[in-house]
Design a protein around this ligand. Structure first.
Ligand SMILES: Cc1cc2nc3c(=O)[nH]c(=O)nc-3n(C[C@H](O)[C@H](O)[C@H](O)COP(=O)(O)O)c2cc1C
Ligand SMILES: [Fe+2]
Ligand SMILES: [Fe+2]
Length: 397
């Protein structure tokens, strides 16, 4: 049964989706699954772009064989050597030992590290500016270093306007119905996952993404074919604009993110009161308990929101551990240009506010308000003025 899809008349999607895996990279929850996209071009020469993850290997090989029948591919292009896309290279090479592997010099170094048994395959090293002709199509390679591996290449085909963008423009979420983004309500069904994917996996490399977006601006892109998630053929500039914002660390909305930690519920009650007061001003605030929310979701939200409120208990003289982990993750991923507002709880010596401020002021382009809201054990009637003033400052910032 044919399970591959047409991207154009002669460019095919031969990927597969996995909804059994619970965590991508063994870190990020993917309750809606993930797709591993691979593409095949059936031209005078047959060219494959990447393979797929081992978890979908059988479906991937079935799609490849269904499309090719008794034809054999001439080229297997490797856009990057991460195992979620290259796990099947040895298997495909075993099926078609005469094909030529095409990739960057560094991709071949990694190929040797992962698959020394493929050392004798025919190889074609390509770099930015080089191209690969299959007949009607000519794929020119664009270097995308550190988006998000060092050896990444994009491939652009002038004839169809298709940009094979490796992991860029990818998203979590299985391809269950249509192949194309416009066959879904992408903003409702995928945008949060696309942002979460970007922020957590590519977020640290905004500068490199900016560079490759500048190169892409010179191309007439009609399709974006990423390695995960739907293919783009409409409203491409809308999605590129999201990437512009995310990679320049510019908030996507004016919404406020409020994250709190709480062992026994008192800091939670205080945080809800703060959120209620902020919302009463008409501002939109999204509230999360750090312990009940995966860090990757909070990182995605931090990329979306311009103002971030963090309220943490003091814990053994430090920051409550899951809040500390969030702040460390924000720092590790290089979040920039946010306004932070901090609250602390403590029963004998509250100090989490000061400690959080020390870490957050070190983030480029970030400001931390001096006005730290302090709760001693629980919220009291006499805290009302301070809560209102804190909320007003957040809402007005
Ligand atoms: C294991 C543990 C360690 C704590 N360490 C401190 C501390 O070092 N300094 C402090 O002022 N309060 C400390 N607290 C008190 C908490 O900061 C907080 O006041 C209390 O947990 C009530 O808030 P909650 O209901 O939101 O958890 C500690 C509490 C626990 C359970
Ligand atoms: Fe990757
Ligand atoms: Fe990937």
């Amino acid at each position: 049964m044919k399970n591959y899809r047409n991207v154009t008349e002669d460019i095919f999607w031969i990927g597969a989706s996995d909804t059994r895996l619970s965590r991508f990279e063994n870190i990020f929850p993917i309750p809606r699954g993930v797709s591993y996209n691979s593409y095949a071009v059936i031209d005078e020469k047959i060219c494959l772009f990447d393979t797929a993850d081992v978890s979908v290997a059988d479906q991937y090989i079935e799609n490849l064989q269904a499309l090719l029948g008794d034809r054999t591919p001439d080229y297997q292009v490797i856009l990057h050597m991460e195992p979620d896309h290259c796990s099947q290279i040895a298997r495909v090479a075993g099926m078609y030992p005469d094909m030529t592997l095409v990739g960057s010099a560094q991709a071949f170094k990694f190929l040797h590290q992962f698959f020394p048994e493929l050392d004798d395959m025919k190889k074609q090293i390509v770099k930015e500016g080089d191209s690969l002709s299959t007949g009607h199509h000519e794929f020119s390679f664009v270097a995308a270093p550190m988006v998000h591996w060092p050896e990444v290449l994009f491939a652009y085909d002038k004839e169809s306007g298709a940009l094979f963008s490796a992991d860029a423009f990818g998203t979590f979420g299985a391809i269950e119905t249509g192949l194309f983004a416009d066959e879904y309500d992408f903003e409702k069904e995928f945008l949060d996952d696309a942002r979460r994917y970007y922020a957590n996996i590519v977020g640290k490399f905004g500068g490199q993404v900016q560079l490759v977006l500048k190169k892409a601006a010179g191309l007439d892109i009609k399709y974006i074919c990423p390695l995960h998630g739907p293919v783009w053929r409409k409203d491409i500039s809308w999605f590129i604009d999201k990437y512009q914002k995310w990679s320049s660390y510019e908030a996507e909305t004016d919404d406020i993110l409020l994250v709190y930690g709480s062992l026994y519920g008192h800091t939670a009650s205080a945080a809800r009161k703060v959120a209620e007061e902020i919302a009463a001003t008409g501002a939109r605030v999204s509230v999360y308990d750090v312990s009940g929310t995966h860090l990757s979701v909070l990182i995605g939200e931090a990329w979306r929101c311009r103002r971030i409120v963090i309220i943490s208990p003091t814990y053994n003289g430090g920051i409550y551990i899951p809040v500390r982990d969030l702040i460390e993750d924000m720092a590790a991923l290089g979040l920039k240009n946010r306004k932070f507002f901090l609250g602390q709880n403590g029963t004998w010596a509250p100090m989490s506010g000061k400690l959080m401020a020390e870490k957050l002021t070190a983030l480029a382009g970030c400001t931390v308000s001096d006005n730290i809201l302090t709760i001693t054990s629980a919220l009291h009637d006499e805290d009302e003025a301070a809560v209102k003033a804190f909320a007003a400052e957040v809402a007005g910032a």
